[in-house]
Design a protein around this ligand. Structure first.
Ligand code: FE2
Ligand code: FE2
Length: 474
């Protein structure tokens, strides 16, 4: 550990950066002990996993694949390549050169954005640490660990920024990222969704589909930032994030396909695949309702002066900012249905104040693609459009819709109606118990798969899905 620059794959000239080396020298052993304690439970010492490792930021050959023990994974630091001519793409400073250092007046805001993003990365590893013990196949187990190590690298990406650009308070924040723990009473993770453990694979696939996709949306917005190192760091993170989202999207698709298969095999048109060990469509829909609605809360309130400031100052843009016509967003309004004394009314919100809602809308369009994949499977089995996203007003805890109960179609309902109906919309304890009962034993033999899911179409890195992705030491 004497010269981190030698061992850590990077494209930030780490070997010639003694200041960053010194900061990392202190942080790295702590990171490794965090990983050992909070990384995948039971798979630290005797298993070798066939994993992808980022080794450059070259779009053609940015990663290699090899067997590696989890604690020996080579976490690296990569930024997307620099565009010397890049200018600020939105807000009050539109057209000015981007910043290579943090402007004093935006220091706190930028640090908060980076810490909030950074905190979700180790949080998700902590939430998912027990899932190796009830996986549906060796292929899925490998993908889980791939996502976990890359979330670890995303933490590094944010810590690199804190260490390089934020002096001693940045170093303190980097320490605290390793001290908070998902679900801890005294030092919980910053965002509430990241404090719930994820103990079954249906929750896990929903998390990677919907919650990781919020991560994608945030990264898309930050990758437009005027603070160029943040833009370049997040841009590279997005290449890894794409895989995480595909784990969720294809994972649910495979569950839906198994459900459809079982429904076809059952006699008399019964749809209750629980009798044959599958996950019924109403249960899948409930999980969609839960995870989509809680992920929407991660965007923050629909009307937000913080979001307006971030946009005005050039800190956080929109998803694919260049595709918008007006990069000032000063004259436009966002029409939002809100409530005034419990009565619905349409409010014209100045566009900058509605940036969280703008990002949420883009996220929703992106999420719809997954729904389309799953419904396509059902169509192949003679059923059409059975699964859908709930309305964005449904089950909200944060933002302008949190004051009032809504059904899955977005209609306002009373507290009493909510109490009567909610078990038909959201997973109950019994649903969770059932789902978890299917996963009490892991399936880890190559080529074998649990009864409630079909195998994937393809494996990893050109290999078959039944390849031995996880080897156990004799
Ligand atoms: Fe991440
Ligand atoms: Fe992710």
């Amino acid at each position: 550990m004497n010269q981190p620059g030698r061992e850590i794959p990077n494209n930030v000239d780490l070997a010639d950066n003694p200041r960053l080396q010194r900061a990392l020298q202190h942080w790295l052993p702590r990171y490794h002990s965090w990983w050992h304690d909070m990384g995948p439970d039971g798979f630290q010492d005797h298993h070798e996993i066939y994993l992808r490792t980022a080794v450059s930021a070259d779009s053609k050959g940015w990663a290699d694949y090899r067997y590696v023990k989890l604690p020996e994974y080579r976490w690296g630091i990569f930024l997307a390549s620099k565009d010397e001519k890049r200018t600020i793409g939105f807000g009050d400073l539109l057209g000015e050169p981007v910043w290579q250092k943090v402007p004093g007046e935006f220091r706190n805001s930028l640090r908060n954005l980076i810490v909030t993003q950074g905190d979700t990365e180790p949080a998700s590893v902590e939430q998912q640490r027990r899932l190796g013990k009830n996986c549906p196949s060796m292929y899925d187990m490998r993908n889980l660990f791939q996502v976990n190590v890359e979330e670890g690298r995303h933490l590094w990406a944010m810590v690199y920024l804190l260490h390089s650009f934020f002096g001693s308070d940045g170093r303190n924040e980097a320490e605290e990222l390793l001290e908070r723990r998902s679900g801890d009473d005294d030092k919980p993770r910053i965002l509430e969704t990241f404090n719930e453990p994820i103990n079954n694979w249906l929750d896990y696939f929903m998390f990677t589909m919907f919650t990781d996709r919020d991560g994608k949306a945030q990264l898309k917005a930050l990758s437009e930032s005027a603070f160029d190192p943040l833009a370049r760091t997040t841009r590279f993170m997005l290449t890894e994030e794409a895989f995480h989202l595909s784990v969720g999207d294809t994972g649910i698709q495979r569950v839906v396909e198994r459900t459809a298969e079982l429904m076809r095999e059952m006699r008399g048109g019964s749809e209750d695949v629980r009798t044959v060990g599958g996950i019924d469509l109403p249960t899948i829909q409930k999980y969609v309702n839960l995870w989509f609605s809680t992920s929407l809360d991660l965007f923050g309130s629909e009307i937000s002066s913080n979001a307006a400031n971030y946009f005005a100052q050039g800190l956080k843009g929109r998803w694919d900012e260049p595709t918008y016509n007006d990069h000032m967003a000063l004259d436009d309004v966002y029409r939002m249905e809100t409530y005034e004394d419990d009565k619905p009314e349409t409010l014209e919100v100045p566009m900058r104040k509605a940036m969280n809602a703008v990002l949420r809308d883009r996220y929703t369009t992106d999420s719809e693609l997954g729904l389309k994949h799953w419904n396509n499977v059902l169509t192949r089995y003679g059923m059409s459009d059975r699964l859908r996203l709930p309305h964005y007003r449904f089950n909200r805890i944060i933002g302008v819709y949190s004051q009032q109960r809504h059904d899955v179609d977005g209609q306002a309902i009373s507290e009493q109606q909510w109490a009567q109906e909610k078990d038909t919309w959201l997973p109950t304890d019994a649903d969770r118990d059932y789902v978890e009962s299917l996963m009490s034993e892991p399936v880890t033999e190559p080529g074998k798969i649990a009864n409630w899911i079909v195998p994937p179409k393809r494996g990893i890195d050109g290999k078959s899905w039944s390849y031995e992705y996880v080897r156990t030491e004799p």
